[in-house]
Design a protein around this ligand. Structure first.
Ligand SMILES: Nc1ncnc2c1ncn2[C@@H]1O[C@H](COP(=O)(O)OP(=O)(O)O)[C@@H](O)[C@H]1O
Ligand SMILES: Cc1ncc(COP(=O)(O)OP(=O)(O)O)c(N)n1
Length: 269
């Protein structure tokens, strides 16, 4: 069985973060492991509190995972501060980890800061060069390259600039575009667009987390990056299209949309 590790924050409401990642990995029929960088108190209406994990304890979790059940791919999401960024980078180097998908989570769509502002530089310096691909959304791309990113042309310019920070590739996500939901991959000097129709569903909590962990699963399965992203985007689109509607705000996706419904009660006998 393939094994995938998520290094991220916990979302108690189950829509984003560690919980979205574990659901995604499990539905891909892979073994999920987690290193928790922070606890968040959040739901579909917003983020109401954050407790950061001690950096030493993040290190301990990573040692436990890598010295025993070594993952085939790693997804990194919310990292709240610089100290934890440095610890994660050191451990990734020590254990010579490849196939890292880095989602540079900075601010939730509901507007809460999930990473301290001064940690952004450390993220670029320490982690980008260890990632096979980084997956910023439009706002994260703006923070990383310092200019406005809201059109396909600006997306191409931004992806190329972000690639200079040393990651293998950049997937710039277009979920917040005014029109459509086209994502752009910049890899080895080439632009590859992944086009998709915009789904009119306000329940998009955890789309970025789900996409990045699905890419990690596809890399673990041995797919090359372009194919891994195509498969992951198809998975994400299905989970969004399913139209689950939970909570009073922007609700979560349905990760189980591909699973057959249980007939006659309890499914495992
Ligand atoms: N309304 C939508 N319709 C179709 N795809 C979407 C929609 N919103 C987001 N996506 C897709 O979800 C993925 C995550 O993108 P995005 O929402 O931009 O990231 P984040 O959750 O980090 O803000 C991307 O593949 C994006 O194209
Ligand atoms: C714990 C935690 N991690 C990440 C996010 C952000 O999730 P993401 O899928 O990038 O986007 P939104 O859900 O904010 O649209 C989060 N909220 N919590």
């Amino acid at each position: 069985m393939k094994k995938v590790l998520t290094i991220a924050g916990s979302d108690c409401s189950g829509g984003a973060g560690i919980q979205a990642d574990i659901k995604t990995i499990t539905v891909h029929k892979m073994y999920a492991m987690s290193v928790i960088t922070a606890l968040t108190a959040q739901n579909t209406t917003g983020v109401y509190g954050i407790r950061e994990t001690d950096a030493e304890f993040v290190a301990k979790q990573m040692d436990c995972v890598f010295t025993d059940i070594r993952p085939d791919a790693v997804k990194i999401g919310m990292i709240p501060n610089e100290k934890i960024i440095r610890v994660i980078a050191e451990k990734l180097r020590t254990y010579q980890v490849r196939d890292v998908v880095l989602d540079p989570v900075m601010i939730s769509t509901s507007g809460s800061r999930l990473m301290s502002k001064d940690a952004q530089e450390a993220l670029k310096e320490e982690l980008f060069s260890l990632a096979a691909v980084v997956t910023p959304n439009l706002m994260e791309a703006e923070a990383l390259c310092g200019f406005s990113v809201s059109t396909p042309c600006e997306m191409e310019r931004a992806a190329e600039k972000i690639a200079c920070y040393g990651s293998g590739a950049v997937l710039l996500k277009g979920g917040h575009l005014a029109d459509g939901a086209d994502d752009l991959l910049y890899e080895k000097g080439k632009y590859i667009w992944f086009s998709s129709k915009r789904i009119e569903n306000p329940n998009t909590h955890g789309t970025g987390c789900t996409l990045s962990s699905a890419i990690a699963c596809n890399l673990a399965a041995g797919y090359a990056l372009e194919r891994a992203i195509k498969n992951a985007k198809n998975y994400l689109t299905g989970a969004l299209q399913d139209g689950l509607d939970l909570g009073a705000g922007s609700g979560p996706l349905n990760h189980m949309y591909r699973l057959p419904p249980f007939a006659n009660g309890y499914p495992f006998r």
